[in-house]
Design a protein around this ligand. Structure first.
Ligand code: UGA
Length: 468
């Protein structure tokens, strides 16, 4: 099948490369000439496992890059729209890029096509795309608008694409549903997985994945509701962690206890410094805003956002609690990316905490395996960048863990202790066991668990419920 993917950002590029790997002929369209030149040249603009392999496998063959949207639309049966939908001041999604793509596509419709929303968009967007295309004189029998939301996580996007829990296709006509069925057939009939060069299968993969066909509106809503639910899970466990801290319970034990209930499940219940990234914060606001526009006051989402914001402040209070004053203190920071496995710092809670600490006059030595270049562009004063976790810890008053990189969970603790001025670790991602850290000679603070000390005496709980 011939497919056009509009937008070579994170979603578009991954989708384009994966569609090519499924055997389709793909044209990725962008109007950024520099980006196109770089992609044609073999550059890989994002840090994403298996993407370099797929791009080099298909570039110039099944995968082309172009700035001619009209022509790409003309030769394709399915046109996936993966352009940005950034938030406006009021939190709504800005759909102007989607609109201009719809306008331009209409000039390239000479035979039947399905225009597929791949970007995360509010529930009424498919209707608008349809209206815009009709307004530009296209025959209504020559196209359908469908929604095919993505559930890719940054860092594992290629694997998530090839081994999805489900494929959601929102279509209002059998004809459109058939086109999307054909697009994903190599996954749903299992043939992709028997290929020798298939992307390696992760744990928990359900193959072949089910395809869920819904109305277009339902599919649009499934995307917002999925992200909102996952964010709610994170805020829920962070709220529980706060109660654990007050009463002296252990949130990890609580997670184990509730997560083994199959109705709840253990995933996305890791407490920490809150969620970030380019999706959850933006999508929760957009969902909140679209619900309001259609008359429903989705107050639960306000609370999800508020708990998430509070988590950062709580962490900074914890640093105060451990170190008293922060002006002039040297802090080692592990992690700047919004989560492990990516160089993305958009809406990163780690970065927000670093900024709060810098405002308080602390001096930061930060290390992140992938996100330091991006951070350098926006943070200049009070921060230095280290070459390793141990380098960041050198002579620091305390070490802060802010991103859940796997490498931070496997540090040589004796070496780390030797580097630090004081053996204090404040872990915003619960990567270590408090007792083990105490046994290794650290005073260790984490989220939703009592602080531990090298002398083995658990932190006392004072009258107001705060640990001493
Ligand atoms: C998220 C969703 O997981 C994807 O399904 C979705 O496709 C994507 O948004 C999107 O809409 O494009 P992503 O933003 O890459 O993916 O990151 P996640 O792995 O979901 O993590 C989001 C944030 O939550 C990170 O800051 C992470 O550290 C935090 N998190 C995650 C927790 O604090 N606790 C958890 O248990 C899980």
């Amino acid at each position: 099948m011939r497919i056009a993917v509009v937008g070579s950002g994170y979603v578009g590029l991954v989708a384009g490369a994966c569609f090519a790997d499924l055997g389709h002929d793909v044209i990725v369209v962008d109007n950024d000439q520099q980006k196109l030149a770089a992609l044609r040249n073999g550059d890989v603009p994002i840090h994403e496992k298996f993407l370099p392999e797929l791009l080099s496998r298909h570039r110039g063959q099944r995968l082309q890059f172009s700035d001619d949207l009209k022509e790409a639309a003309r030769v394709s049966s399915a046109i996936f729209v993966a352009v940005g939908t950034p938030p406006t001041e009021s939190g709504e999604a800005d759909l102007s890029y989607v609109e201009s793509v719809a306008r331009e596509i209409s000039g390239g419709i000479e035979d039947y096509k399905v225009i597929v929303e791949k970007s995360t968009v509010p529930v009424y967007t498919s209707e608008w795309i349809r209206k815009i295309i009709l307004r530009n004189g296209t025959d209504p029998d020559l196209f359908d608008v469908a929604s095919n939301p993505e559930f890719l996580r940054e860092g594992t996007a290629v694997t998530d694409f090839m081994f999805p829990d489900r494929i959601v296709t929102g279509c209002d006509s059998p004809r459109a549903a058939e086109v999307l069925r054909q697009v994903y057939l190599p996954l749903t009939d299992g043939s992709y997985y028997s290929r020798a060069d298939a992307i390696p299968q992760p744990d928990r993969a359900q193959i072949p994945p089910p395809i869920i066909v819904t109305s277009t509106k339902s599919a649009e809503l499934i995307k917002h509701a999925s992200n909102a639910f996952l964010a709610m899970k994170i805020s829920f466990i962070n709220a529980v962690a706060s109660v654990c801290e007050s009463v002296g319970a252990d949130v990890n034990q609580v997670v184990h206890g509730i997560g083994t209930d199959s109705r709840i499940g253990p995933r996305f219940l890791n407490p920490g410094i809150g969620y970030g990234g380019s999706c959850f914060p933006k999508d929760i606001m957009a969902f909140r805003s679209v619900a309001r526009e259609f008359g429903y006051d989705f107050r639960l989402l306000d609370e999800v956002m508020k708990i998430n914001e509070d988590q950062r402040q709580r962490f900074v209070r914890k640093v105060h609690h451990a170190l008293w004053t922060l002006r002039g203190k040297h802090l080692g920071v592990l992690g700047l990316a919004f989560k492990g496995g990516t160089d993305d710092i958009r809406e990163s809670p780690a970065l927000a905490i670093v900024q709060l600490l810098l405002q308080e006059g602390s001096k930061i030595a930060a290390y992140d395996p992938a996100a330091m270049d991006r951070t350098r562009e926006i943070l200049k004063n009070g921060i230095t960048f280290a070459n390793s976790a141990y380098d960041a810890a050198r002579d620091a008053d305390a070490l802060l863990i802010l991103t859940e990189w796997e490498e931070f969970a496997n540090l040589d603790l004796a070496r780390l202790r030797g580097e630090l001025k004081y053996p204090i670790v404040i872990d915003g991602r619960n990567l270590y066991d408090p007792e083990m850290m105490a046994a290794q000679g650290f005073t260790y603070y984490s989220v939703g668990r009592a602080a531990s000390h090298p002398d083995g005496v658990p932190a006392a709980v004072s009258k107001n419920g705060k640990k001493a």
